[in-house]
Every structure is written in structure tokens, then in C-alpha cells.
Design a protein around this ligand. Structure first.
Ligand SMILES: Nc1ncnc2c1ncn2[C@@H]1O[C@H](COP(=O)(O)OP(=O)(O)OP(=O)(O)O)[C@@H](O)[C@H]1O
Ligand SMILES: [Mg+2]
Length: 405
């Protein structure tokens, strides 16, 4: 792990109970599981040797079942909880050593928090709720108003500035909660099950909006959820916890395609892979043909591939040569390339999700993957999509077999 991650948990243990620092901690540090520490000492291990680093500007998601230690991990970062052992660093500051005013000032300046239950003041307007933190910080009224309006416009609620929370839907209230966290312009957003109380549709909208806001503001986000779909959808990296310990940390694709344990694989089984894996993960490096080639030259370059794109001098695809078409054309004695080339081909971008190219792949032809300027950067063969999905299913089968034996 990089020594200077923006947020860093290092060998962190949290034991709940009267003698937390004594034998229960020793047992946990000796490598005993949460259950074993419980049965031998009657103490609950909330965090069991947790290590992870969150990079500046990253969306880092901690995911796990109820009781796995997610909230405890998050609370160690803002020191709502005192840890039993280890260190928590933010930007080089040993957070757990901060106290009183220093701690308050550090929290206020560095982090905004968003929780599952929106925790708005019911008798104050949206404006007062959002500007509350700035008021506590004694920011002058003009800058307070400006920051409040800006934060509300980020979440699309500027028109509701004078409304009361009770006049808003759940999704809107959570937007106010997000605006409140953003108003003081903190480096870090701590979000604990922030969208979990929302209806699925509103929840997805909020996820999309959060991703958009992140694109604009590039905050560092530590996001907690028990929903793997949500984790894989919004996380740059996902940390999976079980019984207070970290089971795996990886990109969504790594979690899906290389689950570290049967436990992770079991979770992964319920995920719609195509919603997570992107075209860029599956496409192959193009080795394009040129319009200037003869049919024979093109077929030679094609080799064993079923087809490949033809590009202009500036890299823009102009056609698709399929091996089968080339053969058919050559059989009738044609030597030029053009008659064998298809001009109606499908194209996509590397960050498109596999689910969204399924329909295009249905024709059985390669799909051109283009960059912003329309240049060919990859060739996506329908077979690769199927193989990728098959690979994931195979992995899960293997784990299940292992556990069965
Ligand atoms: N104040 C406390 N006193 C005693 N035990 C606690 C306390 N807070 C948490 N725990 C225990 O620590 C473990 C981790 O709890 P935590 O709240 O971090 O889980 P979580 O992953 O956030 O779960 P959830 O999805 O239900 O919010 C649990 O076993 C819980 O019972
Ligand atoms: Mg929790």
C-alpha cells in the first residue's frame, strides 16, 4: 500500500467491551476470528486488523453484510469512535490523536458526512439546513448564502431553498443532506448507507448524480453500503468486509472476475456482470487493415481472426472485412479489397457496459470501439463478451465445488 494514501487505516482493531484493551485485543491480534474472540472473552470485535488506503479523488466503497464492521470503519475515520489499536491517517494527520477543538476543526474543514437517515432539522428551511455547518464555522452571511445556493444547485434543488424538509420526498431530503455535506467544500465525503433508504429507481438516480458531482468536484468519497450492485456501480475500488476483517480490495472488475474467496464469489453470483464490465475490459487491440491493401494482403494480415476493421490514414474505421466475405469474394476471382468490405458496422466506446452492447453484438459481427475523435482503439468480438461472462460463471462454479468437497 502506498505510504501516503490520503486516508489510511493501518492495522486497525476495534474491540467493544469493558476490557477491550486486555485479553480480547491480544486474542484478536494473535489472529483469532471475531467468533473465537467472542466465545473466549465475551467481547465483540468490530474491526479486526483492517488495512486500506483511499487515494485522493477516489470513490472507495466498503461493502459487507450487517455487522461486518463498515460503520465502525467509517467512524474510525472521523473519530466518532476511538479505536483500540492501530492508526488512522488523513493527509498525514494521525486522526485518533486529535481531541476537542482540534478534532472539531479538523472534521469541519476536512469532511462532510451523509447518513442513511437524512438527519435534517425538521423545523428549519432547506437553506438553514444546508448552511448550518457554515454558520457554526461563523462564515460571513454573504459567503454562506453563496455556498448554500451553489451546493443546492449541484443537487438540482435550488428552487426549494425556502421549503421545509417535510415538503420534500425522501430522495429530495437526501439531496439536501448531500448539499449540506458539500456546502463547506470539504476534501472528503463520508457516506454511510446514504442511499439505502430510497426506492430502487430514486436510488439509481442518486448514484448517477453522485457520480456526476464527483466528476465535477473530484472529492475523495468513502462510501458504505451493504449492496454489492451499488458498490460495483459507483466504486473505483471496493473493499469487502466480513466479521470485522477485510476480505478483498479491488476494482469492480477484479472483484467480479477474480473473487478472492468463496465468500466473495457467492456475493458476485447475484450481480448482473454485464452491468459492471466495460467494453474496454474485453475488447482486443486492433490490428487494422488499410484500404490500400489487395484482397490477398488483407486476408494475410487478418490471419486467424474472424474479421477486422479497415481504417483511413488518420485511424478512422471505414469498413469491416470478415474472413468469410473475403473468401467468397476471392472465389469469384476478385483481387481488390473493396467488394468484400462491409460498410455498415456497429461502433461503441470503451466505457460502455457490456449490457449496452448486447443488442449490437447480436448480429455476430465485430464492433468498432472508438475514442472521442472517432479513431479505432479496439475491436470487440461478440465471442469475447460471451467468454468473459462464461469465465465469471466458471469461477463461481469452481468455488462452489471447492466448498462442496
Ligand atoms: N457501540 C457498540 N457496542 C458494542 N458493539 C458494537 C457497537 N457498535 C458496533 N458494534 C458491533 O460491531 C460490529 C460491527 O458493527 P457495525 O455497525 O460497524 O456494522 P455494519 O457493517 O455497519 O452493519 P450495518 O450494515 O448493520 O450497519 C457488530 O458486531 C456490532 O454489533
Ligand atoms: Mg452500519
Amino acid at each position: 500500500m502506498a505510504k501516503d494514501s490520503f486516508i489510511k487505516l493501518e492495522n486497525v482493531y476495534k474491540v467493544f467491551g469493558p476490557q477491550a484493551h486486555g485479553r480480547p485485543l491480544d486474542l484478536a491480534r494473535a489472529g483469532l476470528s471475531k467468533d473465537d474472540v467472542m466465545s473466549q472473552s465475551g467481547h465483540v470485535v468490530g474491526l479486526n486488523n483492517v488495512n486500506f488506503g483511499v487515494e485522493r479523488g477516489e470513490i472507495f466503497v466498503v461493502m459487507g453484510l450487517s455487522g461486518s464492521g463498515k460503520s465502525t470503519a467509517l467512524r474510525s475515520v472521523n473519530k466518532l469512535l476511538k479505536i483500540t489499536h492501530g492508526n488512522v491517517w488523513i493527509d498525514g494527520v494521525d486522526v485518533q490523536t486529535l481531541k476537542g477543538r482540534d478534532l472539531q476543526a479538523f472534521r469541519r474543514e476536512k469532511m462532510g458526512m451523509v447518513f442513511q437517515h437524512f438527519a435534517l432539522f425538521p423545523h428549519r428551511s432547506v437553506r438553514d439546513n444546508v448552511s448550518y455547518g457554515l454558520k457554526v464555522q461563523k462564515a460571513p452571511k454573504s459567503s454562506r448564502n453563496k455556498a448554500t445556493e451553489e451546493a443546492l444547485s449541484l443537487v438540482g434543488l435550488e428552487a426549494y431553498i425556502d421549503s421545509m424538509p417535510s415538503e420534500l420526498s425522501g430522495g429530495m431530503q437526501q439531496r439536501v443532506g448531500l448539499a449540506r455535506a458539500l456546502a463547506s467544500n470539504p476534501d472528503i465525503l463520508l457516506m454511510d448507507e446514504a442511499f439505502s433508504a430510497l426506492d430502487p429507481l430514486i436510488r439509481r438516480q442518486m448514484q448517477d448524480e453522485m457520480i456526476d458531482i464527483h466528476e465535477t468536484l473530484k472529492k475523495t468519497i468513502l462510501f458504505i453500503t451493504h449492496d454489492l450492485n451499488e458498490a460495483l456501480r459507483i466504486g473505483h475500488r471496493v473493499c469487502i468486509m466480513k466479521d470485522g476483517a477485510v476480505v478483498q480490495i479491488g476494482t469492480p472488475e477484479e472483484i467480479l472476475t477474480q473473487p478472492a474467496t468463496g465468500y466473495v464469489a457467492e456475493f458476485v453470483q447475484d450481480v448482473d456482470q454485464g452491468r459492471v464490465i466495460e467494453v474496454g475490459d474485453v475488447m482486443s487491440e486492433p490490428s487494422p487493415l488499410s484500404e490500400k491493401m489487395t484482397l490477398t494482403q488483407a486476408v494475410n494480415k487478418l490471419g486467424r481472426r474472424t474479421g477486422e476493421f479497415i481504417v483511413s490514414e488518420d485511424g478512422i474505421p471505414t469498413g469491416l472485412l470478415m474472413a468469410a466475405d473475403a473468401m467468397r469474394t476471392a472465389k469469384v476471382g476478385t483481387t481488390s479489397l473493396a467488394p468484400a468490405v462491409r460498410r455498415d458496422f456497429e461502433h461503441t466506446t470503451s466505457d460502455t457496459r457490456l449490457n449496452d452492447v448486447y443488442a449490437l453484438a447480436g448480429r455476430g459481427l465485430p464492433i468498432a470501439v472508438l475514442d472521442d475523435s472517432g479513431k479505432l482503439i479496439g475491436t470487440l468480438y461478440p465471442r469475447m463478451i460471451m467468454e468473459k461472462m462464461g469465465e465469471v460463471e466458471q469461477l463461481i462454479d469452481d468455488f462452489e465445488r471447492e466448498e462442496f468437497l
